[in-house]
Design a protein around this ligand. Structure first.
Ligand SMILES: [Zn+2]
Length: 244
């Protein structure tokens, strides 16, 4: 493996590493998640390297002995401003970044494209963050191969009429009919189900332009967040902290 690499990536987390350095995680279209160190990254010139939620081309050094990556330089392609000045948009972006670190994927390119699209949309219209959260989450569940068709029950294969309310099966990690569910608390109402079916094959941007009533949005978000938590096996921090 080459020691000096050029990696295009999103900065998905930034943490202090002692008093002087910082540790960052990057999500790249080729390799998915990469953990890297910015030596001297907490002070001086290097502190501006790899800001959270930025997208850039990173010059990375790989130490084969320690199997460790360190960031030398960043050519920044996207530096969020609106996201960072809006606390709720910041929480939403943190949730996006946490999901990509938790979902196992064979298609990091698709996950990367979705993550960048969601961050750009959030930067452009932070006030639209609830709708962006819905379309991002539904697309992510589809990319990761976990989303059900929602037209028939995945457990008993019964075709589901349009007006039927769906429940959730935590063992199947999917919405199912009432008979097949093992929980009463998560429901998918007919209007929300219609929306999910309608937008399932669309691109993220296309789905974003489809209207959804605000009251339906909040209920659907609760369902989708439970769906993601079930899929990730244990709760995401950004969800369990109540930030969303
Ligand atoms: Zn069923």
């Amino acid at each position: 493996m080459e020691r000096n690499l050029k990696v295009r990536a999103v900065v998905t987390s930034v943490k202090p590493l002692g008093d002087i350095h910082k540790s960052v995680s990057l999500f790249s279209p080729e390799s998915g998640l990469i953990y890297a160190t910015v030596y001297g990254g907490r002070k001086g010139k290097k502190s501006s390297l790899a800001p959270l939620f930025s997208v850039g081309d990173f010059q990375v050094y790989h130490n084969p002995v320690k199997n460790e990556y360190s960031i030398i330089e960043e050519d920044c392609l996207f530096l969020p401003q609106n996201i960072n000045t809006d606390i709720e948009a910041t929480y939403t972006a943190s949730y996006f970044c946490e999901t990509v670190t938790r979902i196992k994927t064979d298609t990091p390119q698709m996950v990367y494209n979705l993550l960048v699209s969601a961050l750009l949309a959030l930067e452009k219209t932070p006030e639209n963050r609830r709708k962006i959260l819905i379309d991002y989450t539904w697309k992510l569940l589809n990319i990761s191969g976990t989303a059900a068709e929602l037209t028939e029950c995945p457990s008993c294969s019964r075709v589901l009429p349009e007006n039927e309310v769906l429940y959730f099966s935590t063992s199947l990690m999917s919405p199912v009919c009432r008979n097949c569910s093992d929980t009463e608390s998560i429901v998918l109402l007919p209007g929300s189900r219609k929306y999910l079916i309608y937008t399932q094959k669309m691109s993220f941007e296309e789905a974003l332009s489809v209207q959804l009533y605000e009251t339906a949005q909040e209920r659907l978000i609760q369902t989708l967040l439970r769906y993601v938590n079930a899929f990730c096996r244990y709760p995401l921090k950004t969800i369990s902290s109540g930030m969303l």
